[in-house]
Design a protein around this ligand. Structure first.
Ligand SMILES: NC(=O)c1ccc[n+]([C@@H]2O[C@H](COP(=O)([O-])OP(=O)(O)OC[C@H]3O[C@@H](n4cnc5c(N)ncnc54)[C@H](OP(=O)(O)O)[C@@H]3O)[C@@H](O)[C@H]2O)c1
Length: 284
């Protein structure tokens, strides 16, 4: 199990992202004999979570599009003594997601669903005039796919009194930023869906958690050069947070400082909107 997920942090990152103490034996006990579905297990946060859970006795179902990468993750889990199967699928494709659902519903049990697969796009509107697909594709993966999976898996999760963990972004709690309309709208849509459905899901005795993440150093943020020098978590650290959430079933996890951002988004809404307009003007 990775020992120190913070070795790569700067001083400011240490302050923003304090260490997460994960009790490995509690995680192991919690997942003993359980089945865990992780979407987006081929890269980034999902890959790191899968590698972390290799040290438990859970059976992992790894979902993503990139078969070679899923095989690589599966092999490394098996080398560590863990158990995993892969299911390569494009979650935006209805036929493919239905075949995944049939497979999952035929399993004897399903205990934990980590809704992690996602796609971000940063693009100015003026460069998107002939790119409606940017908006429909982000909705398909970030909103429609998890809704379809949730609806299909509720009976299984109810039977096992399971746990759903939604990997969200702190952006959805704060004032939106220009250029991010496609990502922001799709992540916010599922966040709203999930929060609205939570009392009904919990009534079925299924635990729910939402993890609101700040920037994380994965390939998702690599194309945005302005993020290069911004504080960001490591995906190993995020995996530990998810692991801890599996143990303590915390309903909402967000960085300690997100409260100030949320408050600022309300109090300084107009200032933020003016700054956004000025930014667009100066970039022309
Ligand atoms: N990185 C950040 O700064 C950040 C911040 C806040 C929240 N998040 C959230 O964290 C989650 C994981 O992101 P990440 O940073 O780990 O990004 P990542 O490294 O790009 O990983 C995304 C994962 O989602 C899978 N995926 C994407 N489209 C898919 C599709 N159509 N069908 C099936 N699988 C698909 C990818 O696999 P394939 O490419 O193999 O399909 C990959 O395994 C996302 O929900 C994201 O919104 C990330």
């Amino acid at each position: 199990m990775p020992q120190n997920t913070q070795q790569k942090y700067s001083l400011i990152e240490h302050l923003l992202f304090p260490p997460t103490r994960l009790n490995a034996s509690k995680l192991k006990n919690q997942l003993n004999g359980k089945v865990v579905l992780i979407t987006g297990a081929s890269y980034g946060i999902g890959e790191n979570l899968s590698r972390l859970l290799a040290h438990t006795n859970a059976h992992l179902i790894l979902v993503g599009r990139t078969t070679e990468k899923l095989i690589e993750v599966q092999k490394s889990i098996q080398n560590e003594g863990g158990s995993a199967e892969i299911f390569p699928v494009d979650l935006r494709n209805d036929d493919e997601i239905q075949s995944l659902i049939r497979h999952l519903n035929a399993l004897p049990r399903l205990d934990v669903f980590v809704n992690n697969a996602g796609k971000s796009i940063r693009r100015p509107l003026v460069e998107s005039l002939d790119r409606y697909h940017d908006f429909s594709r982000t909705m398909a993966i970030n909103y429609e796919a998890p809704v379809k999976l949730m609806l299909a898996l509720l009976p299984q999760l109810q039977k096992s009194q399971g746990h759903v963990i939604n990997i969200s972004a702190i952006n959805v709690l704060m004032a939106p930023a220009p250029y991010w309309a496609a990502y922001q709208a799709s992540k916010t849509a599922f966040d709203q869906w999930f929060r609205s459905a939570t009392p009904e899901i919990e009534h079925l005795k299924i635990n729910t958690s939402i993890i609101y993440l700040p920037l994380v150093k994965t390939r998702m943020i690599a194309p945005t050069s302005s993020y290069d020098k911004m504080p960001a978590m490591t995906p190993e650290h995020v995996a530990k947070i998810i692991g801890k959430c599996i143990v303590n079933k915390k309903r909402i996890h967000k960085p300690w400082w997100s409260f100030f951002g949320e408050l600022g988004s309300v109090l300084f809404r107009r200032t933020w909107a003016r700054m956004a307009r000025n930014r667009i003007k100066s970039s022309r």
